[in-house]
Design a protein around this ligand. Structure first.
Ligand code: ADE
Length: 260
């Protein structure tokens, strides 16, 4: 997977890409992160990448020309057919929400171009005429698209074949399963008066799986009840949720009922 990042702050991508799993994936050449400085594509001696808004208003707006040209340069080594398969993502709070489903979809692309917005926003022609998708990482506004781009790179990278140690650890992730993950414990069995639940020390695998499933359901109900609308749930799950006071939608009303 090749990530092409277009940013006004290329130095932001130095350190974060140099630790842990993403760094290892870079070392093993499973991914490359190629960072282009949008300012290198400006047309004046001052490297002006932003300008006042037409129509008036607070805040500067990113100019279109340097961003289009930086994208063209980044993608110049690809054939037209390859370019057509490469999503060009503009990171903006106005975008569709980044979900695990979208991350999975993106992980199948041969390369991804990421455009990091800054200032009050970017000229709309970047979204209209250059980006193929606009993506937000959540309903909050950051100072720029650099952190969102890194989050997307991290989330996509860990799904690439061979990047994370065991495929099971990816498959069992929170959200991927449709539910939040159950609690995890390691040694010591007791720490500062906090004990690991007995069932996990019992060696009884069926009981452990049942406990984990129930904890996932409890957690999801408490923290993200919206996920229960689409999570694949068995009759046993629904019965347990019922004991927790979950007012289960009528049969057939949940999106996933057909598959249960
Ligand atoms: N730029 C600023 N805020 C953002 C967000 N929430 N998601 C993506 N890009 C952004």
């Amino acid at each position: 997977m090749r990530f092409h990042v277009l940013t006004l702050f290329p130095e932001a991508f130095g350190e974060p890409m140099q630790f842990s799993i993403v760094a290892r994936a870079v070392q093993r050449e499973q991914v490359t992160v190629e960072v282009a400085d949008i300012r290198d594509y400006t047309h004046d001696a001052h490297g002006t990448a932003d300008d006042y808004q037409f129509g008036g208003g607070h805040g500067m707006v990113m100019k279109p020309e340097p961003v289009f040209e930086a994208a063209e340069a980044a993608l110049s080594g690809y054939t037209e057919a390859e370019r057509n398969a490469i999503p060009v993502i503009f990171l903006t709070p106005q975008g569709e929400l980044l979900t695990q489903k979208l991350v999975e979809e993106l992980s199948a692309a041969p390369a991804i171009t990421l455009i990091c917005g800054h200032y009050a926003g970017a000229d709309e022609r970047i979204a209209e005429g250059l980006a193929t998708r606009q993506v937000s990482i959540g309903d909050y506004v950051l100072t720029g698209g650099e952190l969102p781009a890194m989050i997307l790179i991290d989330a996509v990278t860990r799904l690439l074949p061979g990047v994370v140690g065991s495929p099971e650890s990816v498959a069992g992730d929170s959200i991927t399963t449709g539910l939040l993950q159950h609690p995890l414990y390691t040694r010591p069995a007791e720490y500062r008066g906090l004990a690991v639940p007995d069932v996990l020390l019992s060696g009884h695998h069926a009981e452990i799986e049942r406990w984990r499933r129930r904890k996932s359901l409890e957690r999801t109900l408490a923290r993200r009840p919206d996920l229960l609308q689409t999570a694949p749930l068995t009759n046993e799950d629904l019965q347990y949720l019922y004991t927790l006071g979950y007012a289960c939608p009528e049969p057939g009303r949940r999106e996933h009922d057909a598959q249960v």
